[in-house]
Structures are given as structure tokens and as C-alpha cells.
Design a protein around this ligand. Structure first.
Ligand code: CO
Length: 474
């Protein structure tokens, strides 16, 4: 592909980042003084080693920290110190398997894997950040989650779910309630399982469901009484994963005629309350789930199928005329007495991905109204995510922030200290400005989605995934 045909936002995908520490970024506008803390973001930092990575979900993890204090912003970035990063630095080669990129292997090595089925899956936890049991974690889908120091970004150690990682994957989207954190683990073997673990204190298996062909699951749902696993028909024969002849995600196959199965699990007993089948669809992100008597509502950012994964290959994203499929907020209402789907509805026509709610106050609450996320502006449809949206799930209306040439990442909501309404707060996002060749921290007023301030870095940052705001001080 010739240079001029590539879209301007390619800087968000193709440049390895360096580690930086910069004090006192230039601020345009005014950052409210009450906002004190650290926005920490996770995502790929190194995407080219001996060869370029192939997919937006590949790469070696880099943490970015925007430290906000008294209206000023300082910035620090650091690679996660893990085996995959160290060996890539030392050997100059990709040595661990990633989401859609494997190390170069000779035919001999491929045959060898049959006899040595332990795959070297990346330990570079690049998907999300969360605070669990008072500790900060970088979270990825392999079963190794890396604790780090939120002040220095130094890696501290690795969290295991009781046993060695083995042939198991997890999600980077744990749930928290009453001091306990839960995560979904998919275990591959002669029998495959979806398992829910409690992660705080002694690691404990809370639920276990055997399945024939496990699905690729990026998140799961939780309401006051239930865990919800939406099993989309993007499934794998686990022997293919154990042999690892292809990169991880390329072993999965879309089997639309299976439909999507919702496993609804009682949180107290770990037993299945209901298994309910719907039409096939796909989603990365559960957004919220809540109960109303015997009804359970499950909200997700949904797609008709798993084609979005294919669209995130970098050679697809770099085509100028491509159009990403829209993720849309959808609600599934289940009647748990009749064990059937009562209603499925689209909550808004607006495109949304990387959805974010005020989890602390409104997760599991039927009164919740607002979902923040990245979207695509209808006037600039043939682009990567180029606006921030705020969807009111009760009215279906949405507000957005969009400026041509700017590409925002996930918006993280931080409530006002004395807020009364759900959306009284700020939305923080890291934005790529292609005209300046710089990224900046954006501060929006969440109620109006109007800009309050931005703080420019002297360089660009790769498009990341998820992050979190750590209030001052841990
Ligand atoms: Co995610």
C-alpha cells in the first residue's frame, strides 16, 4: 500500500513508544482543582520487534500515567517488566504468542509443539487496569496478571489463580462487590470449563460449567444475585489451542447457527439458575446487569457477529475506505421464572465501543442511565474511533464530542466529590491529534460533553484499550 493512501491515524498503531517522564505538561483550559489523582492507561507500547504485530490486540504492554494535581499534569510511561518484554528486548525477536501474532517458527518447531504442548503465551498484561484488594493490577487475558506500583509504574509481581496458568485464559474485566473480586476463567482440556473465581484472600472457585467447545469471552456480567456468561458462537476445538499451530484467536470459528447461550449462575450457590438461548451475536463488553423481581436485564455493546475482530487487523485498519461495524448498546431482558428471553432491544443507534459506566455507584443498579464510550461520527464514517459518546440508556439519546483529526481512546468517568446526579463529573480520555503529531489528555464535562481542558504530550501514544483513575493517594 502506498504511503499517501494510508489514513492519518496510523501513528496510533505503528510506532513503538519510548519510556518518558515529563513534568508540567502545557495545559489549555482549566483543570478543576478537586481532581487529584492518577489516570493510568494500558495498551500496546511495542508493536514492531523483528516483524510488525498483525492486530490491534497484539503488542507488548506499556502503562501511561497522567498525574493530575492542583490543575497541573505530569506524565510517565513504562513497559510492563515481564518475560515477553525482556526476551523481545534481549533477542530482538517476538518470542511469545500474542492474540493474533506468533513468533516465527520453523516447521521443525511446529512439529515439536505436538510433543511439547505448553505454549509460551505472552505474559504482557496489556488490556486493563484495576485496583483489587488495595493493589494495582495490569490485566490481560492470559492467566497472569501483573501487580504494579501506581506511583512509579514499576512491576511488582504476578498474580496466579491458585495454580500455574496452564491452558487457561481469563478476562481483563473482573467484577467487584463487597470487598471481593470475581473473574471468569476458561479452562481448555479434554473437558473445557467456564469457571468463576473469587480473587481476594484465598483464590476460590465459585462456579464451574463444563462445555464442549468454549467460546472467546472478553468479559462477563454480574448483577446482585447472578453471574452472567454470554457465550457467543465464536468457538474453538481446544485441541487446536493446545497445539498452537496458529495464533490464539485464529483457532476460533464462527458458528452462527449455534446462537448465543446465556449461562445465568446463582452467586450464592454457584449453580446454574438458567441457560437461555438467543439469536447469535457477538460482544466484547458487558456494560451492566440488574434485577427487577424475577427479571434480569443484561446490557452489552453488541455486534451482529464476530467480524469486528477481523476488522481490527492492522492491515484492515490501515485501509482508507474501510468502515468499522458499529457496536450498539443492547439490552436483553430475561424472565428467570419462565427461563426465557422476554425482550431484546437496541438502546441507542449510536456506535459505541470501550464502554464505561460509573461502576462504583451504578453497577447492578436499575436506575443507571449513562454509558460513555468511543464511537464513530457519521460524517467521518471511514475512520477509526473519532468521537466520545455518552448514551442515555433510558431515553436512547446521546451526546458526543468530535473534532476532525482527533482520535480519542476510552473515556474514564470521575464523579464530582459532592455530586447529586449520576453524570455530574468529568470524563478523561487520551486523544491522538494527527495534525500536531501529538497525543493529549482531554478533560470533558460529562454532563454536557463539552471540553474543559487538554494537556499535550510532545509525542504520540499508541491506541490503547482500558484504564482507571486512582484517587489521590493509594
Ligand atoms: Co475490554
Amino acid at each position: 500500500m502506498s504511503q499517501e493512501k494510508q489514513p492519518y491515524y496510523k501513528a496510533g498503531f505503528r510506532t513503538n513508544s519510548e519510556e518518558h517522564q515529563i513534568n508540567d505538561l502545557p495545559v489549555r483550559g482549566e483543570i478543576p482543582r478537586w481532581l487529584q489523582g492518577r489516570l493510568i492507561r494500558n495498551g500496546p507500547g511495542m508493536v514492531e520487534v523483528d516483524k510488525p504485530m498483525r492486530h490491534w490486540f497484539d503488542g507488548l504492554a506499556m502503562l501511561h500515567q497522567f498525574h493530575i494535581s492542583d490543575g497541573k499534569v505530569s506524565y510517565r510511561s513504562r513497559y510492563i517488566d515481564c518475560e515477553a518484554y525482556r526476551t523481545a528486548k534481549e533477542s530482538g525477536k517476538i518470542t511469545y504468542s500474542d492474540f493474533a501474532t506468533d513468533p516465527c517458527r520453523s516447521l521443525f518447531q511446529k512439529v515439536q509443539t505436538v510433543f511439547d504442548p505448553a505454549p509460551k503465551i505472552t505474559d504482557s498484561a496489556k488490556v486493563n487496569i484495576d485496583q483489587i484488594d488495595g493493589k494495582a493490577f495490569a490485566l490481560g487475558e492470559p492467566l497472569m496478571q501483573v501487580e504494579f506500583d501506581p506511583e512509579t509504574l514499576e512491576s511488582v509481581g504476578v498474580f496466579h489463580y491458585g495454580k500455574k496458568p496452564g491452558n487457561r485464559m481469563t478476562t481483563a474485566h473482573p467484577h467487584q462487590d463487597n470487598g471481593q473480586a470475581y473473574n471468569l476463567v476458561v479452562q481448555y482440556g479434554p473437558v473445557n470449563y467456564y469457571k468463576i473465581y473469587g480473587m481476594v484472600g484465598e483464590v476460590k472457585e465459585v462456579a464451574s460449567i463444563p462445555v464442549m467447545e468454549p467460546a472467546y469471552l472478553h468479559s462477563f456480567g454480574m448483577s446482585e444475585r447472578y453471574f452472567i456468561i454470554a457465550e457467543f458462537p465464536l468457538v474453538v476445538q481446544s485441541v487446536k489451542l493446545l497445539l498452537r499451530l496458529r495464533p490464539f484467536i485464529e483457532n476460533f470459528q464462527w458458528k452462527g447457527n449455534r446462537g448465543t447461550r446465556f449461562f445465568i449462575i446463582d452467586r450464592q450457590t454457584g449453580k446454574l439458575k438458567a441457560t437461555i438461548k438467543t439469536e447469535a451475536f457477538f460482544s466484547f463488553h458487558h456494560v451492566n446487569a440488574f434485577e427487577n423481581g424475577h427479571e434480569l436485564s443484561v446490557d452489552l455493546a453488541a455486534y451482529p457477529d464476530a467480524g469486528i475482530i477481523h476488522e481490527y487487523y492492522l492491515n484492515r485498519l490501515e485501509q482508507k475506505d474501510k468502515e468499522l461495524p458499529f457496536g450498539r448498546m443492547e439490552r436483553f431482558v430475561f424472565d428467570l421464572d419462565k427461563k426465557q428471553l422476554k425482550e431484546r432491544k437496541i438502546l441507542s443507534e449510536a456506535c459505541i465501543e470501550l464502554p464505561h459506566i460509573d461502576y462504583e455507584q451504578y453497577h447492578g443498579q436499575s436506575a443507571y442511565r449513562y454509558v460513555y464510550g468511543c464511537g464513530i461520527h457519521p460524517d467521518n464514517r471511514q475512520e477509526f474511533y473519532n468521537q466520545l459518546v455518552k448514551i442515555d440508556v433510558q431515553t436512547g439519546q446521546h451526546l458526543y464530542w468530535h473534532e476532525p483529526g482527533l482520535y480519542p481512546g476510552e473515556g474514564v468517568f470521575v464523579p464530582y466529590p459532592d455530586r447529586k446526579a449520576e453524570d455530574e463529573g468529568l470524563l478523561l480520555s487520551v486523544v491522538l491529534d494527527v495534525n500536531k503529531g501529538q497525543s493529549f489528555l482531554l478533560v470533558l464535562e460529562a454532563q454536557t460533553m463539552k471540553e474543559k481542558a487538554r494537556a499535550y504530550l510532545p509525542h504520540t501514544i499508541l491506541f490503547g484499550y482500558h484504564g482507571a483513575f486512582f484517587k489521590q493517594l493509594l
